[in-house]
Design a protein around this ligand. Structure first.
Ligand code: ARG
Length: 380
């Protein structure tokens, strides 16, 4: 590695990948019902209670096999791969402000950890069961932090996660009310405390998109703005008003290389927010219909069929897509990408697909300005 580049260095979602963390399903539990989450079974079992406690070992083993397959593919591309440390997710949490019966898993580092240039940020998180998930990555963070003085490490303020932080009736709003509230971006977390999950961000060099969602509120976005803008970044809140249950941006708006974003035809970006892309000659290309319908997704999977577009970039030319998503593979092939595939459906019930299950720590490249028409209003 070039000595002049800090060991932590990742400015966007697509530059050539050198070091990454791939999540693990080991020790995973079913996500508990809590004010920030109401997990539900799919298909014929829908309506019956969601299981609690540890996931069966057959499920975690199958997922771990697919995660190992992704790790092996990345290694074969010359990428250094790290894995999270084991944690006891079955342990009940009791803090001064909340308690929860069990925790979740360390399958989706994307949700918790983010590299912004030479800085690692641990997200506050929005759900009780994920409050301590950062601990699975602390050994990795310490290794990088000890290796290079230029690495910055920040933990965002932890919220109380007390009952008052949530709108408990959110889950029961009738669809008309959801529609009415669609433009106010009010979801299950209130605006009183700083709340964000790392996966609501998408990095475009000096510009960072942050989705307002069930997992990221306006105070969270304000915190990111105040923290990052003095360092030369621009934070852009983004909204996808047709998504009534928005959580994490990476099944909705997925940049693949400079000038190209893969978009979700069911969840177009607010038109005023599309402007900065169109003004700067970015193309927004809709993903093709996913192979599975929402009802065909695995029984315990809480994500939508749009996990199909949760692809992971090895470089601006190489992208990893789930093995059975052939329509998307064909489209990316036509757009000039070299498409790599791995089976990943057994990971879906652990919180996501390929982009969710990774956290890139080092990509080649530097901070670039991909939106030159934006007015420069930052303090120098
Ligand atoms: N809310 C998304 C959907 O169902 C799933 C996002 C998963 N992403 C993640 N980073 N865990 O479409």
């Amino acid at each position: 590695m070039n000595d002049n580049v800090p060991v932590v260095n990742s400015w966007n979602e697509w530059d050539p990948l050198r070091e990454v963390v791939v999540g693990s399903a080991t020790g995973a539990c079913f996500e508990p019902t809590e004010p920030g989450n109401r997990p539900q079974r799919r298909g014929s079992a829908s309506g019956t209670p969601f299981p609690t406690g540890p996931k069966p070992s057959e499920a975690t083993e199958k997922a771990d096999e697919e995660l190992a397959g992704l790790a092996a593919l990345l290694q074969s591309q010359g990428v250094t791969v790290h894995r999270p440390a084991p944690m006891n997710f079955g342990q009940r949490l009791e803090t001064p402000t909340f308690s929860v019966e069990n925790q979740y898993c360390a399958t989706c580092p994307r949700d918790v950890m983010i590299t912004i240039g030479n800085e690692i940020i641990e997200a506050p998180m929005s759900r009780r069961a994920r409050y301590f998930e950062y601990q699975a990555y602390r050994d990795i963070v310490y290794r990088y932090w000890n290796a290079d003085d230029r690495v910055r490490w920040t933990t965002a303020p932890k919220p109380s996660m007390s009952d008052a932080m949530y709108r408990s009736d959110f889950w029961d709003w009738p669809i008309e009310q959801r529609h009415a509230r669609m433009h106010s971006s009010e979801f299950c977390v209130t605006q009183d405390e700083v709340v964000f999950d790392a996966a609501d961000m998408s990095r475009f060099g000096r510009d960072i998109m942050v989705q307002e969602s069930m997992t990221t509120n306006r105070a969270g976005i304000r915190w990111l703005k105040r923290h990052l803008e003095p360092h030369g970044f621009r934070i852009h809140p983004v909204h996808f008003p047709l998504d009534y249950f928005p959580s994490h941006i990476d099944c909705t708006f997925v940049p693949l290389r400079p000038g190209l974003v893969l978009t979700n035809p069911d969840r177009p970006i607010e038109s005023s927010e599309a402007k900065m892309f169109l003004d700067n000659d970015w193309e927004l290309v809709d993903a093709p219909p996913p192979v599975l319908s929402n009802d065909e997704m695995p029984q315990y999977c809480q994500s939508s069929k749009w996990l199909s577009m949760n692809v992971f970039s090895i470089s601006p030319e190489k992208v990893v897509v789930e093995q059975r998503e052939t329509p998307l593979q064909d489209m990316l092939d036509r757009l000039g990408f070299e498409v790599y595939t791995v089976p990943f459906r057994n990971v879906f019930e652990f919180g996501g697909s390929l982009h969710c299950a990774t956290w890139d720590i080092h990509r080649e490249g530097t901070r670039e300005d991909y939106f030159p028409t934006l007015t420069q209003s930052l303090p120098v």
